[in-house]
Design a protein around this ligand. Structure first.
Ligand SMILES: O=C(O)CCC(=O)C(=O)O
Length: 264
């Protein structure tokens, strides 16, 4: 499976419509890849919370429209990163926003919707303004027989989520983020840990640039089920293009069957 990881850079000045067009162009430029992935909240911004209300959109809004058209054009599965979703009715905490990841199929259908379970902000940002998701979400990787599970940014700090994804049949983790530079070592180490402990391929897609006063960490990566870093981006905008041998996951799990030794 050939994957393109689009580590998008943005700042506070670029209008959302321009950035959406730029992201769709970047996806279109990845013809020949089976899977393309964008970062978390690349449109509304990860850290300028004041923009979230105005940039919220429904699941069938302009972001999925632009990116599902691009997915159809290049016939790839496209993880659109995440949007600020406008829910059709208030959730259990009375809010109408969610940090929601979307996946478009190679024929342009919306095939996965994941609402971020662990909200980041310690009382501000997501916990204050958004509902939390409560569903494990997986998506089949077309023609491969493998299954990817979705999570977002701060979720990476909660290993129990990934065990549940493994129990749901996942052997690939797709993790978009807006992870800041001061904690980039946590990002790198935790991504490798999730790969090693779960014997899963991990594909992370972070943001670059500075917005809302926060410098983003980059270091998006593709990590094998053995925990080898197959490719890693630097701190600036960059597209990683990696051919992953998904067959190695089963071989590694058979040769070193650590998951079979779990004590539940
Ligand atoms: O956990 C962290 O250090 C960063 C998390 C984050 O920025 C997010 O979830 O948006």
């Amino acid at each position: 499976m050939k994957v393109a990881v689009i580590q998008l850079a943005y700042d506070d000045a670029e209008p959302l419509a321009t950035r959406r067009e730029r992201a769709a162009d970047l996806v279109r430029a990845q013809r020949g890849h089976d899977l393309v992935i964008l970062p978390e909240l690349w449109g509304p911004t990860g850290f300028d919370y004041s923009r979230w209300e105005a940039s919220a959109e429904p699941l069938d809004g302009p972001t999925i429209a632009a990116l599902s058209a691009a997915a159809t054009e290049i016939e790839a599965l496209v993880h659109c990163g995440s949007i600020v979703e406008r829910l059709t009715e208030p959730g259990v905490e009375g809010r109408t926003l969610c940090n929601t990841s979307l996946v478009a199929s190679p024929t342009g259908e919306l095939v996965a919707v994941y609402r971020k379970i662990h909200r980041f902000g310690f009382g501000a940002g997501e916990p204050k303004l958004m509902e939390a998701g409560d569903q494990i979400v997986t998506v089949g990787l077309p023609t491969t027989g493998h299954t990817a599970a979705l999570s977002t940014c701060y979720d990476l700090r909660f290993p129990e989520l990934y065990r549940r994804q493994v129990d749901a049949g996942a052997d690939v983790f797709l993790i978009p983020a807006a992870w800041p530079m001061p904690r980039v070592e946590h990002w790198r180490v935790l991504a490798r840990a999730r790969a090693i402990e779960n014997q899963c391929v991990v594909i992370t897609c972070n943001t670059a640039g500075t917005h809302g006063g926060y410098q983003m960490g980059g270091a998006s990566a593709v990590i094998s089920a053995k925990g080898e870093v197959l490719a890693e981006a630097g701190p600036a905008q960059e597209v990683l293009s990696v051919d992953i041998d998904l067959g190695e996951i089963g071989q590694w799990r058979a040769n070193f069957p650590v998951l079979a030794d779990r004590r539940l």
